[in-house]
Design a protein around this ligand. Sequence first.
Ligand code: SIN
Length: 472
Amino acid sequence: MTTPRYLTDDWHDAERTFAVTSPATGEVMGHAADCGGAEAKAAVDIAWEAFEHWRAVNPFERAATLRRWHGLIMAAQDELGRSMTMEMGKPIREGRGEAAYAAGFVEWYAEEAKRVYGTWFPSHLQGKRLLAMKQPVGPAFAITPWNFPAAMLTRKAAPALAAGCPMIVKPAKQTPFTALRLAELWVEAGGPPGTLQVLTASKPASVTGVMMADPRIRKVSFTGSTEVGKLLYEQSATTVKRLSLELGGHAPYLVFDDAELDEAVSQVLACKFRNAGQTCVCTNRIYVQDGIFEAFAERFAAAVDALEMGDPLADGTDIGPLVDGAGLAKVLEHVDDAVAKGATVVTGGRATGGRYYRPTVLTGVTDDMAIMHEETFGPVAPLARFSTEAEAIAAANDTPFGLAAYLYTRDLARAIRVSEALEYGLVGVNDGVPSAPYAPFGGVKESGIGREGGPWGIEEYLEVKYVSLKLG
Ligand code: SIN
């Protein structure tokens, strides 16, 4: 067995390690370096030094390094997919898909590196020339989640690197190996020392505390729970850091009477059961209009029943295990609470051993049930009824969250009206899986701050500097 390592300006053997367990088998699949405050402090020193160099590298050269990284990630697509599946249990098809999604961010930002444009603008005073230029914000720190171990890393690191900012990543403790492999590929692509660092850790606070306190870290990007996001928001105030937060959601899906039923079923299915429901933008509550409720519920339940649950490494698997015991406990708690308050289990509704939970459909759900307010992060689909468009919009917006919302309708005017009325950062109209590397991703209200992806994502790593020039 090789010694666990972490990456700063070079690879270092771990002084302390922690075990990483496969959710599918419950077995220890390896050990990772357990970095703490000392490693974090060294990483900031290195990032600060790397910044001086990386910011000055010609953007076309930065772009070329990112393009090589993209090529290497695509060449390792199967291996990365397998790594994610083993670490956190997503079905292998989704693992391979995520590797390509992760590479997509790198490809996009390789191009964007060349398009960090400034603007000359007019002055009311004769003889003045005014320029707004864009410059890298400085060393950045990212905390990435276990549910998308590759794509959330590249969604943050690629725009940072393209903009000229070194990036330090602390991946989730469940998924250190995918992050380390991506870092290896960055080095192989010619990424200079210290530009991308990966510190794995079992206790995030020891690394995060150093990053949040150090004024040289100018930007923090976090994907994870609203609770931790609020803490980081507070901590970032001390040194007034730029912050991107992609936090929890509670996505509604509104299915209107005019929906084409089979299409609607397949979109809601894809939206809800992607990653076994462990996606920030998975729908949490599905509202179906009275006229089609029974027909939709019947076809949807049949489709859910047909989902193949099992070994996530098998090609035919649709649903793998939940990531850990806490994830399973939350699902059990939400279903028990709903059933105790009168919900009916149409299909599923049972744990089947290990960390597996059968994909589930509930009807007869009411607003007093936890599942209608809290993120379940599991394969449970509660179906509620609604009568009017206004009622559906009010229910959808009745939450402190505002990440993703969805609707299904064939009425164009309604699609536009409802999209405008939904208080969310992203809306899928007849589209249950709208995420893309070139689209803005992020929430409103307590779901976060800032946008990742597309041209919006790189702006988070850029400052605007105003230069006023008075001609002689
Ligand atoms: C997430 O769950 O945070 C990411 C999902 C996506 O990119 O679609």
